[in-house]
Design a protein around this ligand. Structure first.
Ligand code: AMP
Length: 263
């Protein structure tokens, strides 16, 4: 059992208000708050943006000091993985193989492995994850259940800019035109949510609403727009309360994900 009442927020840094909302919640609910900053190499594919991922440790530390976080953990890749190539990897079947998992093979193995390691190093009582990365949240919940980690996973709502765009470290890549296109995602999700609230449950109709809002912009690629079960991430022909509409698309080379949970 953990010795102290630690609330933990794992991040890859380049912090924004979304990350800080997790830290605030952790501070409110625990004696000690720990935030980690670690751009985890094992969750990036060989052609992804690991080297180019935005980093600004000094700025992150200033933000975390202002947020009165007790401890910031900034390990190196060597600290976490050592130099051997034959390290253990945590693999969850099923949910890690669809959607984000099928487009980014191995991504969730990297996520599960780093989160498992960080849980063992930090030994938190509670860990805070954003609904923004809905599939990641569901994967971590399953890992904790399947492997009996003594950690409570606390889901936190997605924080958005005033125009609706979900905050993301990768938004820094977007220029004004790209940002206008990107806004089609949240606009589409909100429109689909309205449709659902008006009684439409057919996934085809809900996804069609998202796609038509996105069609007004200039996406270089739409990876998926789907209605899925919020726990298993199985595709649903009909939405139900707790279902999630998930979207992943590229604007230029910047890949964005977003979702909305149907109540
Ligand atoms: P990252 O640094 O992108 O790995 O994110 C670290 C944590 O912050 C994850 O649990 C994310 O889901 C969460 N997060 C990222 N963006 C947001 C957001 N806009 N609102 C709430 N949580 C977020």
């Amino acid at each position: 059992m953990p010795e102290a009442d630690i609330g933990f927020v794992p991040t890859m840094g380049y912090l924004h208000t979304g990350h800080l909302s997790l830290a605030d919640r952790a501070r409110a609910e625990n004696k000690l708050t720990v935030v980690s900053l670690f751009v985890n190499p094992t969750q990036f594919g060989p052609k992804e943006d690991f080297t180019k991922y935005p980093r600004d440790e000094e700025r992150d530390l200033a933000l975390l000091e202002r947020a009165r976080v007790d401890l910031v953990f900034i390990p190196t890749a060597e600290d976490i993985y050592g130099s051997r190539k034959d390290q253990a990897l945590v693999h969850l079947p099923g949910i890690t193989e669809v959607l984000e998992g099928s487009i980014r093979p191995g991504h969730f193995d990297g996520v599960c492995t780093i989160v498992a390691k960080l849980f063992n190093l930090v030994r938190p009582r509670r860990a805070y994850f954003g609904q923004k990365d809905a599939q990641q949240l569901a994967v971590i919940k399953k890992m904790v259940r399947d492997l009996n980690f003594a950690v409570e996973i606390v889901p936190c709502p997605t924080i958005r800019d005033s125009d609706g765009l979900a905050l993301s470290s990768r938004n820094v890549y977007l220029d004004a035109t790209a940002r206008t296109t990107a806004l089609g995602i949240s606009r589409g999700l909100f429109a689909a949510e309205k449709l659902w609230q008006a009684g439409v449950a057919a996934s085809e109709a809900l996804c069609g609403e998202v796609r038509s809002a996105m069609a007004q912009g200039n996406f270089s690629h739409i990876d998926y727009v789907e209605v899925v079960d919020g726990e298993t991430f199985d595709r649903l022909p009909e939405a139900k309360p707790g279902a999630i509409i998930v979207v992943a698309a590229k604007v230029g080379t910047t890949r964005l994900i977003d979702n909305i949970c149907l109540k």
